[in-house]
Each structure stands twice: as C-alpha cells, then as structure tokens.
Design a protein around this ligand. Structure first.
Ligand SMILES: Nc1ncnc2c1ncn2[C@@H]1O[C@H](COP(=O)(O)OP(=O)(O)OP(=O)(O)O)[C@@H](O)[C@H]1O
Ligand SMILES: [Mg+2]
Length: 346
C-alpha cells in the first residue's frame, strides 16, 4: 500500500488522520511521516533506505543519532514500505517501555522469529528494537545467535541515540546508518508546511526563533510550534521565547555588541537582566555561545577569541562556579578583547 504511492498528497493524507473526537492531537504524531519520501533531511541515508525498500533484501540495520530527527519514524516507514498490508503480522516492535531482558529475547523474540507468516514474496519479518541502547548488555548478548539463526526469515532494525551502547558483536552484524541533526533550512521547510496545513499565524522571526531553540530537533520544533500556536495564537519571536523559556537571544546579541564596542556597563546590565529573570549560568553561557557562533557581523578573529573565552567560562561553570560574578568576568574579558592596548595601561 504505502510503497507504491508517491507525491505531495501524502502529507495531507496523513493530516486527515485527526482523531474522531475532535481533540487536538499532538502535531508530532499527527504529521509523523508514513512514507520514506516524507522524511525530511539526511537525504543520503534515506535514499539508501529507499533502495533497500525497493530491493526487499533488508540487512539488519542500526539507525543512530540525536533525539527527534526521525529514527523511529524511518524504521516504521521502511517496514511499511517493505511489508505493506502485512505490516501487522510481519512486525514485532519492542521499545524501552517494554520488558526487554534476557527472558524476552529468549521467549518473545525467538518465538516471533520462529513463527510462520505469509508475507509478500522475497520479504522478511522485521523485529524493531527501538531505543536499543537501553537494552542491557546481557540481553544484547542473547540476541547474537538469534540474529544469525533466523536471518533467512527475520531481520532486525535497531534505533538508538548512542551506537556505542550497542555491543560490538551486534554492531558487526548490522549496517549502521547515522542520522545527523537536521539543518535549519530543513526544519524551516517542514514548519512552513505545518503552518500552512494548520493555518498558523506566524512571522519569519517567530519561525527563526523556533529553529534557534530546537537546535536541529524536529520533534522539539514541532512541539514548540504547536504550544506557541495554542498558547498565543500567533508565532512571533517573543511568544516562542516565552514558551521555550530560554534566555532571549536578542538580549544576548545586544550584550555581545556592547562587548565589541567595549561598553562594559551596558553589557553587564544585559547579563544582570537575564540573571534577574532567573536563568541559570549554564543556560546563559550556552545561549551566549550559540548566538556568538551565529553572528555573521563579527569578524572571524574576534569570534575565535570570544568563543575561546566563552568556552573557558562554560568549563568553570560546569565545575561548579555558576555565579553572576563568573558571568561578569566573562563579559569583562570579552570587552577587553577589542580594547586598544593603550587604553589598558594604567
Ligand atoms: N526527519 C523528519 N522528517 C519529518 N518529521 C520528523 C523528522 N524527524 C522527526 N520528525 C517529527 O518528530 C517526531 C518524532 O520523530 P521520531 O520518533 O522519529 O524521533 P527519533 O529520532 O526516534 O527520536 P528519539 O531518539 O527520541 O526516539 C515525528 O513524529 C515527526 O513528526
Ligand atoms: Mg525514537
């Protein structure tokens, strides 16, 4: 069913899955892609999955990467593309919410692997182990032989955040696909599509703020879009930052500009403003880093110096000294970078 149809209508087709009661579903679920074609970003890897889906001979795979970038979704799309109508009988999904100790591997997974089901010709049963990095090493060990013995009828698809938590022998049996964080442009495109489908009133600054706060995590971007929309009815920069509760990058930007001009009083006032709003030193310093990194108007050399200073401050804060004085010292050092040496002489 899924494998054949293509085209832009797919997304709107998914949109019709709204629950009958009329309650608002979380948009992340409502717009969870069902076709590999609808997955945004990581094009090379998704192309590889499409080839696998057409070919039918799926290897054991591990998809690893950050949260919210489409790993679980991709595996389900792949299983749909491979099995179509037989998805229900042909797929066993176990995630971190299921018991996945050695017993389950011995009993549930083994008995599913042994079970005979009718599938389209040339297709295999698929066992999806989502969040596989939370499986104990013992349970993973128990999988080793099972994966081999039943590999003519059953293939494994694992998703995890950290592939190093998967034991080496399992890694060596699988093709490892790494998903990277989604690019800003990719998240933006998707958000724009959702805005159109859900008729969300927004401006460009609002969408940029969503992208800034999500840091390449599509799930977070969509969730924040929905929260801002239902909370304020309009997606603007200020509303997004009220929902996301992060130090406002505009304030941080002003602070850095003040440092560049050597206006320490102004810069300190901005830091005080954020501190008084209750943000922690880590929140502030990470936002300062991200804003500095993205400021195109800063000369390259200056940016390097700034990032080095911010890095030192971040380290000291993580070591335990997350005080206003620490942030003030950072501001002082940033101001000092651009001050002419003559003005530093007493
Ligand atoms: N690449 C993507 N294209 C389109 N939508 C996406 C993409 N990535 C995530 N989403 C949206 O975010 C939701 C969550 O994605 P998914 O469950 O695949 O994340 P994940 O990578 O498995 O994260 P986790 O590591 O937390 O399990 C999806 O329902 C979908 O709406
Ligand atoms: Mg997942």
């Amino acid at each position: 069913m899924a494998s054949g149809s293509k085209g832009k209508d797919n997304i709107s087709a998914i949109a019709k899955h709204v629950d009958a009661e009329g309650y608002e579903m979380p948009w992340v679920e409502k717009y969870r892609p069902v076709l590999l074609d609808d997955i945004v970003g990581n094009t090379d890897t998704v192309e590889r999955l499409k080839v696998i889906a057409e070919d039918g001979n799926v290897p054991h795979i591990i998809i690893s990467g950050m949260p919210g970038i489409g790993k679980t979704t991709s595996i389900h799309c792949l299983a749909h593309a491979l099995l179509g109508e037989s998805y229900k009988e042909g797929v066993l999904e176990l995630n971190a919410s299921d018991e996945r100790g050695i017993d389950v591997v011995r009993n549930k997974i083994k008995s599913f692997a042994q079970r005979k089901v009718t599938l389209p010709p040339g297709r295999h049963k698929i066992i999806i182990l989502d969040e596989a990095d939370s499986m104990t090493a013992g349970a993973q060990q128990a999988l080793r032989r099972t994966m081999e013995i039943y590999s003519n009828t059953t293939r494994f698809a694992l998703a995890c955040n950290m592939s190093n938590k998967i034991i080496e022998p399992i890694q060596s049996r699988c093709a490892i696909l790494r998903y990277s964080k989604l690019k800003d442009a990719e998240v933006l495109k998707r958000l724009k599509e959702l805005c159109e489908m859900e008729d969300v009133k927004h401006n460009d600054a609002g969408l940029s703020a969503l992208i800034f706060t999500a840091e390449g995590d599509m799930r977070q971007a969509i969730n924040n879009l929905q929260s801002t929309h239902s909370g304020f009815g309009f997606v603007s920069q200020d509303n997004v930052f009220k929902i996301c509760d992060q130090p406002h990058p505009i304030v941080v930007r002003h602070m850095i500009k003040a440092c560049q001009k050597g206006e320490i009083d102004d810069a300190l006032a901005r830091i005080n403003e954020l501190w008084d709003q209750g943000y922690s030193a880590v929140d502030i310093v990470t936002t300062v880093f991200r804003v500095t990194k993205g400021m195109e108007e800063l000369p390259e050399v200056l940016k390097l110096d700034y990032i080095r200073e911010i890095g030192w401050t971040h380290m000291r804060i993580l070591e335990g000294v997350g005080t206003l004085v620490q942030l003030g010292a950072m501001v002082a050092r940033l101001c000092r970078v651009t001050m002419p040496p003559s003005s530093l002489r007493l």
